[in-house]
Design a protein around this ligand. Structure first.
Ligand SMILES: *Cc1c(COP(=O)(O)O)cnc(C)c1O
Length: 526
């Protein structure tokens, strides 16, 4: 008995599959891209805010409607219809990163040229692991990494790789530090021999402001999260070099200090640890100095701000994220090492990739510089973004975000019912509604305020805690300003919207029904 499929002709069978890279496939793609652009524009107009109102129940209902029926139906369905329906729901319920009140997370609104590069990247689907997986992509990655290394002040012996983000870059940093600093009793690397028979405890030193991805990296690399020693910080949260020196001098003999993790642009406040002094301490004790500049690395692009990163070129490794300051879509992580040789531990694995005779003839890939095998190309969107903006253009974008933070902070400081944590160091503004002297109730109110702003679709803010000199650690709401297209007037409206919502909530809890329908200011399109 012949099945339905066996009765089909070759032509009918292949008609189901049209790769995007063929002339016919590209015509399909052109139509789909036009649909996508129209849908994205419509969604932008429909939203009218940073996110649609209604919160979790509304998005769950939208998903139920858009996704009802099997995602893998028995029979094929017309791609353009499937596409139009799904992307419309997806786009309508997306966070609009171009909106001035979408200031919660470290997500930038990417530029059109970067997105167009992503279309090319995805269509050609190159990979970086082997020469035959993407020959030009490999060259491009090397040029981009070299340019970024030079930007950081690294020399020709430096190395690095683009990664899937700051967390992965930090993992590579801890890996490189571990295998550069620790030698096993057998004379090998922890990568090969493991840490079990070390007989000494490797430790990592950092501050409380260190991003949680470092803790994860330390756990994953087998050093163990409990081996993180938190060093005392100054009132702004910055590491104190003398304290680190003292800690290192006083370490028990059965410990091996592996790395100091410095922060250049702390996640909440944007502070930079004192890098030149930390370099000196790291050198004195022979430990690795990693600078997590996932957020603050963007200051390298600004002549006005880059002085704050003085000393970074002497660090052993650097994490940077161009999907934060950089205006390329996620993910665009960067991991740089002062000496390319410190990535050797990863490359010592022998695989069928990069055979010696192929390598000698120039046919080699970059699988050894990464923890991935198949690796997508992130360099194209970076290259077109950097070239099309130039140094001046990139500097302007970074400076603009910094200025916007300064403006928003002034606006917050001028509002007596809001408390500003500190003058912004980079592009964050930390504020809280400070009407209730009872700290617990005030924390609960600020938490509820943030949720109300989200469910109303008024503003998307982040939430954190900020230690104060009086020993308290209250909840603060955070504005992360990464959209240089925002105007100061729009920012004023964002702050006004926060105040109006807080007032409405206070009036509601006081039982003043009249305040319930108080309108929240409109942000003037954007
Ligand atoms: C964002 C950030 C990270 C994590 O980067 P991802 O790209 O989100 O993985 C690590 N460290 C710092 C300081 C960051 O700001």
């Amino acid at each position: 008995m012949t099945t339905v499929d066996e009765q089909r002709t070759d032509e009918q069978r292949t008609a189901v599959f049209r790769p995007a890279g063929t002339p016919e496939g590209l015509e399909d793609l052109r139509t789909l891209v036009n649909t996508a652009i129209d849908t994205l524009r419509d969604a932008h107009l429909v939203r009218g805010g940073p996110v649609l109102p209604g919160g979790p129940p509304a998005v769950a209902e939208a998903a139920r409607r858009a996704l009802e029926g099997p995602l893998l139906p028995e029979r094929p369905q017309a791609p353009d219809e499937v596409f139009r329906e799904l992307i419309a729901a997806y786009a309508n319920w997306a966070v609009d990163l171009t909106h001035p009140a979408a200031v919660a997370r470290m997500q930038c609104p990417p530029t059109s040229v970067a997105i167009a590069a992503e279309l090319v990247t995805a269509t050609l689907n190159q990979s970086l692991h082997a020469w035959e997986s993407g020959p030009f992509a490999l060259e491009l990655e090397r040029y981009v990494v070299r340019e970024l290394a030079e930007l950081a002040g690294y020399g020709t012996e430096s190395g690095g790789t683009l990664t899937a983000g700051g967390s992965l870059s930090n993992l590579m940093a801890v890996l490189a530090a571990r295998d550069s600093v620790v030698t096993t009793p057998a004379g090998g690397t922890p990568f090969a021999d493991g840490l079990a028979n070390l007989g000494r405890r490797p430790v990592i030193l950092c501050s409380d402001a260190t991003h949680f991805s470092i803790g994860r990296a330390v756990g994953i690399t087998g050093i163990g999260e409990d081996a993180i020693l938190r060093a005392p910080a100054d009132p702004t949260g910055r590491l104190i070099p003398d304290e680190l020196d003292r800690m290192l001098a006083e370490l028990p003999a059965d410990t091996v200090p592996v790395a100091i993790i410095a922060c250049a642009g702390s996640t909440d406040e944007g502070w930079v640890d004192p890098l030149p002094e930390l370099v000196a301490v790291a050198r004195k004790y022979g430990v690795w100095l990693h600078v997590d500049a996932a957020y603050g690395g963007g200051m390298l692009l600004s002549p006005r701000l880059r002085g704050r990163l003085a000393g970074i070129a002497d660090a052993d490794s650097i994490t940077m994220d161009l999907h934060k300051f950089g205006w390329t879509p996620a993910s665009t992580g960067v991991f740089l090492v002062r000496s390319a040789r410190s990535l050797d531990a990863l490359s010592q694995q022998t695989t069928t990739l990069n055979a010696d005779d192929d390598k000698a003839a120039g046919y080699y890939g970059l699988y050894a510089d990464s923890v991935q095998a198949t690796r997508r190309v992130d360099a194209l969107k970076v290259a077109v973004t950097l070239r099309s903006h130039g140094r001046d253009g990139m500097a302007e974008l970074v400076d603009r975000c910094h200025e916007l933070a300064g403006h928003a902070a002034e606006r917050v400081a001028a509002e007596p019912r809001l408390e500003l944590a500190a003058a912004p160091a980079l592009s964050t503004v930390l504020l809280r509604w400070a009407q209730d002297p009872d700290l617990e109730r005030a924390d609960a109110f600020n938490g509820a305020l943030r949720r109300r702003l989200m469910s109303d679709g008024t503003a998307l803010l982040a939430r954190t805690r900020v230690p104060r000199a009086d020993g308290t650690n209250p909840v603060f709401l955070k504005l992360m300003l990464l959209n240089p297209a925002t105007t100061t007037e729009q920012l004023d409206l964002v702050v006004a919207g926060i105040v109006a919502t807080a007032e409405a909530m206070e009036a509601e809890s006081a039982g003043t029904a009249a305040a319930q329908d108080r309108p929240v200011p409109d942000h003037g399109g954007a």
